[in-house]
Ligand binder design. Structure first.
Ligand SMILES: Nc1nc2c(c(=O)[nH]1)N[C@H]1C(S)=C(S)[C@@H](COP(=O)(O)O)O[C@H]1N2
Ligand SMILES: [Mo]
Length: 201
């Protein structure tokens, strides 16, 4: 026989167990639709002000790290390499917002720059390098050796120096982008200042 207070205690214990387990689980579930309304990100979340541009602009691109020939490149040195034109490029933020659309640009493959600097590989099995594209405001993007040299992505990573027929002024002098990324925003590095080759120890 269960008396009244034992029944209440039992129900209370049951409720405690329920409330300890379930809400935590459902809260941790990320519902994409809600997440995007909770954290709206649009064009205005990525303002590039005149002050920022003046502060972060970099006119030289340093290629350094595990390379035989460290380089210091300017827009003029890029123009002497194999320049490729891109028809229409959209910058899409992780949130899905298009922050810049339909850009026509000119640039050089990052792969060509790295071939010029020559990554210090000791033998053909020495392939574990990562490449950091760093901006003067501290923003960065990372690539792997295999991604650039043994994958179609290598044909889609550019250092851009011209947009819509004009030199890039507000967003640095050079911008790195990867045209086959699903969201192109994250590896779109404006105010690009260095390319660093690092060996995985
Ligand atoms: N140097 C630098 N590059 C950056 C960022 C930044 O804060 N600093 N923001 C990134 C983000 S989150 C996005 S979505 C795109 C936006 O690029 P856009 O302003 O050229 O459209 O740039 C990326 N590149
Ligand atoms: Mo973004």
């Amino acid at each position: 026989m269960i008396n009244k207070s034992a029944l209440i205690a039992l129900l209370f214990a049951g409720f405690l167990i329920y409330s300890c387990n379930y809400p935590v689980k459902s809260e941790s579930k990320i519902k994409p639709k809600e997440a995007s309304t909770d954290m709206p990100e649009n064009v205005n979340d990525h303002p590039v002000t005149k002050e920022d541009s003046a502060k972060w602009v970099s006119t030289t691109l340093t290629v350094m790290g595990d390379v035989q020939f460290p380089l210091s490149l300017t827009v003029d040195s890029l123009k002497k390499m194999s320049v490729i034109g891109l028809d229409s490029f959209n910058v899409v933020c992780q949130s899905g917002a298009v922050t810049s659309g339909n850009i026509r640009s000119r640039g050089v493959l990052l792969k060509e720059i790295l071939e010029k600097a020559l990554i210090r590989q000791t033998n053909h099995q020495d392939r574990n390098f990562y490449i950091v594209a760093r901006a003067s405001d501290g923003y960065k993007a990372t690539f792997s050796w295999a991604e650039l040299f043994n994958n179609p992505t290598g044909e889609n990573v550019y250092v851009i120096f011209e947009e819509n027929g004009q030199p890039i002024i507000n967003k640095g002098a050079m911008i790195l982008n990867c045209t086959n990324d699903i969201k192109t925003g994250p590896r779109h590095v404006i105010w690009l200042k260095s390319i660093e080759v690092k060996r995985v120890d």
